[in-house]
Write a protein that binds this ligand. Structure first.
Ligand SMILES: Cc1cc2nc3c(=O)[nH]c(=O)nc-3n(C[C@H](O)[C@H](O)[C@H](O)COP(=O)(O)OP(=O)(O)OC[C@H]3O[C@@H](n4cnc5c(N)ncnc54)[C@H](O)[C@@H]3O)c2cc1C
Length: 462
């Protein structure tokens, strides 16, 4: 049994890192437990396949129970913020109005969340792209949007020093930033918190938690060895799948009928456009623009101008042998964009008797309509930009995993109270993307941080 900490935080990702920093800075004795490995910028794996295997749950991606959809989530100190693209968007009124209506939580509003967004943004180096940073992939997307009369915008990203002007061209953002430029939770929060006295244990997976009066016990496995830690307060920040799995394994399902339900993931559908001229989308910034057309939001989709390294791209194409070789041969002539939909939260997370996750998630009829609607628009844009062929990947995936332990006022449809407490417990909190009431249709990370900022202010006041 460990010493009794003031706080144990499970998961060092987007939420957990910020909470650990704020609480440690306020003088609390904190233990941060992370299932993944502890890399530094010098030690992140250099091979694309190796990075996937070492820094993602499931060794790359996890599949839905019927293998129709893949999910990506980071398993590493810094969590999702190490493997994500670092795009930082505030929610709009549509997202918060829907959240408020669905959850009954009154602080889900732009006005009430503004101070927390402000506080988080003040901690991050944020950069909004400009015309000089557009690579040929972005040029094609912009040209296509303008030819069709669709609005587009520059993206805002958490990055401090990518060094593109010095010739750095790493496009390694999804495999751990080798420059500590990307504003990951590891760079901005975990390392500074360690300097302030945060205790971090890694490669340690929390299996279940046990309320025990004044303390909460946390049962974990470290390289096959059982470990038990205890604290006066526990914060679960393992992400939608991680936190929900811990609560399910702890036997809370009979108590909370909504536990595991309302899972959403913003499914993404990738399209590669091939041009006569070289595009070299792997050079320059990975992603600088996306759609901003006001007609798309009510239709439930957005268009992202993205790219992938050769190994990841190769996975997305069908065919074997010569047919696959023929596609890959054209890699330097490809631009890429995707349709991302605001999906219904009809997914369900379960844990089997063996403790393994089952992610039940299929596209609903509305999801399919949104995907088809977005696909038609994107194909129009790519054709207008001069593409001679468009390849649609049959594999689609979710990167924004949300819900499962959602926040709300109704015990029938939620698990976590508006004060972030697991309903019925005074010393167990949930703070991460698992408490999202539904899919906002907007990049989730900045709001995960703003919600974490809000909880840490609440806790340091109490
Ligand atoms: C490839 C990719 C690109 C993305 N791009 C963007 C983007 O540009 N902008 C954006 O807003 N969002 C993006 N996202 C999504 C964003 O990263 C997530 O929404 C966000 O990280 C969720 O934060 P979280 O704190 O809920 O969970 P996470 O950041 O996933 O952190 C959870 C942590 O808990 C750990 N953990 C889980 N279970 C346990 C356990 N039982 N014991 C110990 N540790 C555990 C995990 O290993 C992980 O480190 C992207 C995601 C991916 C995968």
């Amino acid at each position: 049994m460990s010493e009794t900490y003031d706080y144990i935080i499970v998961g060092s990702g987007t939420a957990g890192g910020l909470l650990a920093y704020n609480l440690t800075q306020a003088g609390a004795r904190c233990l941060l437990i992370e299932a993944g490995k502890n890399f530094r910028k010098e030690t992140f794996p250099r091979l694309e396949g190796d990075a996937s295997a070492q820094m993602y749950w499931g060794g790359g991606f996890e599949l839905s129970h019927d293998a129709s959809m893949a999910f990506l989530r980071g398993k590493v100190v810094g969590g999702g913020s190490i493997v994500n693209q670092g795009l930082m968007d505030r929610f709009d009124e549509v997202a918060f109005d829907d959240w408020r209506a669905e959850s009954g939580v009154d602080f889900f509003s732009l006005a009430a969340m503004a101070p927390y967004y402000d506080a988080v943004e003040a901690k991050l180096a944020l950069h909004t792209f400009t015309a000089v940073e557009r690579n040929q992939n972005a040029e094609k997307f912009v040209a296509g949007c303008e030819a069709c009369g669709y609005e587009w915008k520059y993206l805002r990203r958490g990055q401090a020093d990518c060094g593109l002007e010095e010739g750095n061209d790493c496009i390694g953002c999804l495999n751990g930033c080798h420059r500590d430029s990307k504003q990951s939770s590891m760079v901005v929060f975990v390392r500074p918190a360690e300097a302030l006295g945060l205790e971090l244990v890694t490669e340690t997976e929390v299996e279940w938690v046990e309320p025990a009066g004044e303390v909460v016990r946390v049962h974990a496995s470290q390289a096959g060895t059982a470990k038990t830690y205890q604290a006066r307060r526990l914060i679960l920040s393992g992400g939608a799948l991680g936190t929900t799995a811990v609560l399910l394994r702890s036997g809370f399902k009979p108590r909370y009928p909504a536990l595991g339900k309302y899972f959403a993931s913003h499914p993404q559908f990738m399209f590669f456009a091939i041009y006569d001229e070289e595009i070299n989308a792997h050079q320059g910034y990975f992603q600088t623009v996306n759609s901003k057309d006001p007609r798309f939001r009510p239709r439930g989709f957005k268009l992202e101008n993205v790219f992938a390294g050769p190994a990841s791209s190769a996975l997305l194409f069908t065919g074997y042998g010569r047919a696959h070789h023929e596609i890959m041969r054209q890699y330097c002539h490809m631009a890429c964009a995707e349709v991302a939909i605001r999906d219904e939260n009809a997914g369900e997370i379960e844990v089997g008797k063996n403790g393994r996750l089952a992610i039940k998630k299929q596209l609903t009829d509305q999801d399919r309509r949104r995907m088809k609607d977005g696909t038609a628009v994107l194909k129009e844009i790519l054709a207008a930009s001069g593409a001679r062929q468009v390849i649609e990947s049959p594999l689609y995936f979710g990167l924004h995993l949300m819900g499962g332990s959602r926040m709300g006022t109704d015990p029938a449809t939620s698990v976590v109270e508006p004060d972030y407490k697991l309903r019925g417990f005074d010393n167990i909190y949930v703070c991460d993307s698992s408490l999202y009431p539904n899919a906002p249709g907007i990049n989730p990370a900045l709001t995960v941080m703003a919600l974490s900022q809000r909880l840490s202010e609440q806790l340091t006041r109490s």
